[in-house]
Design a protein around this ligand. Structure first.
Ligand code: SF4
Length: 169
């Protein structure tokens, strides 16, 4: 969010709006000096409804730069760890532990880490079970969204094919 806002702000006329899945991210956005406005997907949906905007009928926008497959897939549990793994690209062995939702079994796993008993070396913390696709401010069921995000990610190139030079360093 911050670095995307930084890119956008290279245009002095740019107004940045962070749209996210929950109040936690909303809070993070509102405290970022490069983010002008924040809203959740639910609020955006309400805005579309009130303005009678049908997203399906809008013309598709083109992008200057397309995100990677991992960049598209991070919002599903396991996606952040997969993105880190792709960027590290074998230079270090990544053994991710995904905390998938705040529930007793996950908290027990999390508490093992400071005791040195956790088998992983990277913790991905998803407060919402399923990941950010299940945030309190989203409008679709996580079950449906996980499939849609998977399809959306599969349409993009993997990080390893995008940052070849960077990954050699
Ligand atoms: S996991 Fe849930 S609480 Fe955490 S950032 Fe994603 S939507 Fe927000």
């Amino acid at each position: 969010m911050h670095y995307t806002a930084e890119l956008a702000k290279k245009d002095p006329e740019a107004v940045t709006v962070f749209i996210g899945p929950c109040v936690a991210k909303r809070y993070e956005g509102i405290n970022d000096p490069l983010v002008d406005f924040v809203m959740t997907f639910e609020e955006l949906d309400a805005l579309f409804e009130a303005s009678n905007i049908k997203v399906q009928e809008c013309a598709a926008a083109t992008f200057d730069h397309l995100p990677s497959a991992e960049g598209r897939g991070f919002a599903v549990t396991g996606g952040v760890a997969a993105a880190v793994n792709a960027v590290v690209n074998g230079r270090v062995e990544i053994k991710p532990i995904c905390i998938n939702g705040i529930k007793p079994a996950m908290l027990r796993l999390f508490k093992m880490y400071p005791k040195g008993k956790n088998p992983g070396n990277l913790i991905e913390m998803m407060t919402c079970e399923g990941g950010c696709i299940a945030g309190a401010g989203v409008v679709c069921s996580a079950k449906k969204t996980v499939k849609d995000v998977g399809k959306f990610a599969a349409q993009a190139a993997p990080i390893t094919s995008m940052n070849k030079d960077e990954n050699k360093e």
